[in-house]
Design a protein around this ligand. Sequence first.
Ligand code: SF4
Length: 420
Amino acid sequence: MSFERIKEKLNILADAAKYDVSCASSGSNRTNKNKGLGNSTGMGICHSYTEDGRCVSLLKILMTNYCIYDCAYCVTRKSNDIKRAAFKIQEVVDLTINFYRRNYIEGLFLSSGIFKSADYTMERLVAVAKKLREEENFNGYIHLKSIPGASDELMREAGLYADRLSVNIEVPTVSGLKLLAPDKNYEDFTKPMLKVKNEILQYKAEKKIIKSTPKYAPAGQSTQMIIGATGESDKDIMYSATHYYKNYHMKRVYYSGYVPVAEDKRLPAIGSQVPLLRENRLYQTDWLLRFYGFHVKEILNADFPNLDMDVDPKLGWALRNMQHFPVDVNRADKAMLARIPGIGMQSVHKIINARKFRKLNWEHLKNIGIALNRAKYFMICDSSKWEKRDLEPSRIKGLILQNSSGKFRKEYSNQLQLFS
Ligand code: SF4
């Protein structure tokens, strides 16, 4: 196989992989001073986090962009008239090892369109990981995509070679899936997820008894949902995410704003704005649910099915629940401190430590680095001055917005209104 052909395949299959955000970051550029294979990999390198929290660079590619399915939202769908390519197993192994030796990458993120069947494709992904581990003695990070519908045996084998496995649910609801990917069954996604969850639990339990038990997918499993391809509300999306965290022990759910890739009356038209701000608000909500003790129904419910795009979800919740404020920073427990808008967990810990030594006033709070621009309307301290006074929530929101410069403000997306 010529160098030029490999380079061409790399261009096609790294480009096709960029729509998958479940390896935690977009592509990045690296300069290759030696004019080697690395020149063409700008869009093929992404970053991810290992089991122990290290950030690693990954070669991010598809095994093939041929696919027997025709999911409307996907650039790889069979009806799309695009240039196709497929790597051989050994080519992916060689690329990974060569890039690893040149220090361009620390691991591999390998996904794929579906060649002939789920198992045929999954077998090839597993074969790459197996060769890397057993023949090349490769100890770098491997993230394998689990192909929906793959058999239990292959999923079990995949986890023995990969650090992380992921099945992308793509469409957040079963009805949306039926509309946009009618060839696929919901169970094709959930079956491998359940298998991975159970294997992780089983291997962990066995390792406690037999120390030599191998690790199974030590960085866990993740999934991705496309946002804005169908008319789901933020409530639908976050309830769905909560379901996957709870029932399949997801390490992460990723939210990927739909990039219009097809003229299809079921989808937003080509040229529609990618809902980046909405994507950001969903990530903020996800964070509040996982680390700040919020329950999804507090933030999204029948009365508030969509997130406020003007303000972050914690501020939105606080403005609707002023009965909980002001919070006294000298007395409140950790959970309530964490609910003050603008106060992150690091600040919560700083406050708890600092108040062991004195009663805190505004000056003390500033001195320990607490950002007060939003928080001051929702808290009191050892001072007679309280910024909220008798301000209405709408007035507080106005004052906060006046002084903020959100990075997505200019790109405010009207994606939701497409479905109203
Ligand atoms: S099965 Fe996967 S790769 Fe194939 S069209 Fe659907 S989403 Fe795209």
